[in-house]
Design a protein. Structure first.
Length: 306
């Protein structure tokens, strides 16, 4: 089988893609942890790609974090992600990797984009200020994919996932995204019999959530079925409010206390729902229900973190 290099194969997204590739029968998989290969190191990245010369590169490597981490550390989110992408794609171009999938983020779209957000909304308005540095880096990645396609004719593509969750997520109380943060918080509240859990922000923003195993399945589908310069959205096509999400997590965890809101914390974009009609037209659809996915993720958290 053709060799596949999964950059970031130990992370939330990369590990799911690795599992999905193994399930599909791929045995020639290439991975390197960040301690083995720092993709911010240009010379090391070039040497690695020249040694392995993969037929397919999947870029799931990134510096990621929740709303506060993005707001408080924009320099690192911009610099690290730009270096990871540029080094990896330049090295893949150096060895003429025929197929590359770059994974971006739904935060590339304008803060007030028309909902659901079509791929054509890219670069049509201002970004959400709390994660604009990360978004700019990911937009640059899309541009690099398109530039390589145009100049060198390589069949590289980019996909923009919605909010992701699942096993191997980051459950850190400060830097995590909203869903794993809620799982950790409600679990701790249940364990300590806390009378209430405080939610960051108003609870009214609406978000879409995709289980990372569904994303991994979509990635393999796109590598087989998609070949165009435009990025393609990956999501479920439905959303929930943060309050509704918190109530779902509380129900899964078994927490029965009160919920309140800390209005001093930022809400971020009011709504972020992706138009996934292009992906659905290619014959793919998600298979993991949100409540089932949250329950499975909570079981993983209890087994691995508690």
């Amino acid at each position: 089988m053709d060799s596949v290099y999964v950059a970031g194969h130990r992370g939330l997204v990369g590990s799911a893609i690795w599992r999905r590739l193994e399930a599909a029968g791929h045995t020639n998989l290439i991975g390197a942890s960040s301690s083995e290969l720092d993709l911010r190191d240009r010379d090391a990245t070039f040497a690695f790609l020249r040694e392995h010369r993969p037929a397919v590169v999947i870029d799931a490597a990134a510096r990621v974090g929740g709303i506060l981490a993005n707001r408080d550390h924009p320099t690192e989110f911009l610099s690290d992600n730009l270096r990871i992408q540029v080094n990896l794609m330049d090295a893949a171009l150096d060895v003429r990797t025929p197929r590359l999938l770059f994974l971006g983020s739904s935060c590339i779209y304008p803060k007030y984009a028309e909902q659901p957000i079509r791929e054509s909304s890219l670069l049509t308005g201002e970004l959400e200020p709390t994660n604009d540095a990360y978004a700019i880096a990911k937009i640059a990645g899309i541009m690099q994919v398109q530039a390589v396609r145009r100049q060198y004719g390589l069949r590289w593509i980019s996909a923009m996932p919605t909010n992701l969750y699942g096993p191997n997520d980051n459950f850190d109380p400060v830097s995590s995204h909203v869903l794993p943060a809620l799982i950790r918080r409600f679990h701790g509240a249940r364990e300590t019999d806390a009378p209430e859990v405080v939610l960051w922000g108003s609870g009214t923003p609406r978000r879409e959530f995709l289980h990372v195993d569904d994303l991994a399945d979509a990635c393999l589908h796109l590598l087989e079925q998609y070949d165009a310069p435009e990025p393609i959205n990956v999501g479920v096509g439905t959303d929930v409010s943060i309050r509704e999400l918190a109530e779902l997590v509380a129900r899964v965890v078994g927490y029965t206390g009160a919920l309140s809101n800390d209005l001093s914390k930022p809400d971020g974009t009011p709504r972020k729902l992706l138009d996934v009609s292009k992906l659905l037209a290619l014959g793919w659809k998600p298979s993991i229900d949100l409540e089932d996915g949250v329950a499975a993720t909570y079981r993983w958290y209890v087994e691995n973190h508690s």
